[in-house]
Design a binder for this molecule. Structure first.
Ligand code: R5P
Length: 316
């Protein structure tokens, strides 16, 4: 039985990102507990937890990236198993929260899938959610349980500061990301610029305008997600056309769908900096990519949560 700081604690890793889960467990100093995830002949998920969780503070680590529905369902079924096995707390660590971009009705008859996922997690038994850079902070209001929204900002800012770049400007790739970019700009001691982006259709990004001075500047585009790469590449092209020096693209979650890798490789972006909330297979790695680990940040956050200590100091 793992007793950690006086509590019975177990940490489980599901399928999406075992590498990050292992690094978090190593940081905390608790071995990962075992759980077997398998499939019935028809594809249904089966989960077997071969050790007791009764009365434990349990942490389950699972990002809900592609295949989104498989990873989500795995997590829900795991929570159901833990709840029925009398776990005292079910803390779900979802470094990347899939469906988060469907957080409002952008037009008539659209679902709010991020809220549906929040409801599913709570019904399945989550007592706390720990995530990182939720697409919109107000997603926290979709939950009636505690939710801790960690930020990658200190990790990305530290890496970018070490480059000692001068003439900097932090660029928000759209209106929605201004608050996030302003935080990075404050840490970097730089001004911000804003890309006036529109989406004429899903997955297509168009730059209408650049608000702010970028000529002769080193630009850091800061986004929560890089998915198809359309937004950052359109932004980088526009920045270059406006006379920018070097362009760096930073994000927390490298979703990297479809042709994102080639699109970024063939763009004027000098380097793409992201974190390991999503595990990237070898086939999605490329020379311009730098992946920084959030294991220490999440690991320390989990320790503080176990100890009933605050976590905001970790974001400073
Ligand atoms: C949108 O609001 C998000 O913050 C990202 O800008 C977007 O998801 C990136 O998607 P893509 O890489 O496909 O342009």
């Amino acid at each position: 039985m793992a007793i950690f700081h006086g509590s019975k604690v177990k940490i489980f890793a599901l399928s999406s990102n075992k590498k990050l889960a292992q690094a978090i467990a190593d940081y905390i100093g608790i071995p990962l507990s075992s759980c077997d995830v398998s499939r019935f002949a028809d594809g249904e998920i089966s989960i077997d937890i071969p050790e007791t969780v009764r009365g434990h503070k349990v942490f389950v680590i699972q990002s809900t990236n592609e295949p989104v529905n498989e990873h989500l369902m795995e997590l829900l079924i795991m929570m159901d198993a833990l709840k029925r096995a009398s776990a005292r707390e079910i803390n779900v660590v979802i470094p990347y929260y899939g469906y988060s971009r469907q957080d409002r009705k952008a037009k008539s008859r659209q679902p709010i899938s991020a809220k549906l996922v929040a409801d599913l997690l709570q019904v399945a038994g989550a007592t706390r959610v720990i995530s990182m850079d939720l697409h919109a902070a107000q997603l926290q209001g979709f939950f009636n349980i505690p939710i801790d929204n960690f930020r990658s900002l200190p990790i990305i800012a530290k890496y970018m500061k070490e480059k000692e770049l001068t003439d900097l400007v932090v660029v928000s790739p759209d209106h929605g990301g201004v608050a996030r970019s302003r935080m990075l700009a404050d840490v970097m001691g730089a001004p911000i610029a804003i890309i006036d982006k529109t989406r004429p259709e899903p997955n297509v990004a168009e730059v209408m305008n650049i608000i702010g001075r970028v000529r002769g500047k080193n630009c850091i585009i800061y986004d929560d997600i890089i998915d198809t790469g359309g937004s950052v590449v359109a932004a980088a092209n526009a920045l270059k056309e406006a006379g920018a020096k070097d362009v760096y693209a930073c994000c927390t979650h490298p979703v990297m769908s479809g042709d994102a890798m080639n699109r970024i490789t063939n763009s004027p972006i000098s380097e793409m900096v992201c974190t390991d909330t999503i595990l990237l297979p070898e086939s999605k790695r490329f020379p311009k990519l730098v992946q920084l680990s959030v294991a220490g940040l999440l690991g320390q956050g989990i320790i503080n949560i176990i100890d009933d200590q605050g976590i905001s100091s970790l974001f400073q």
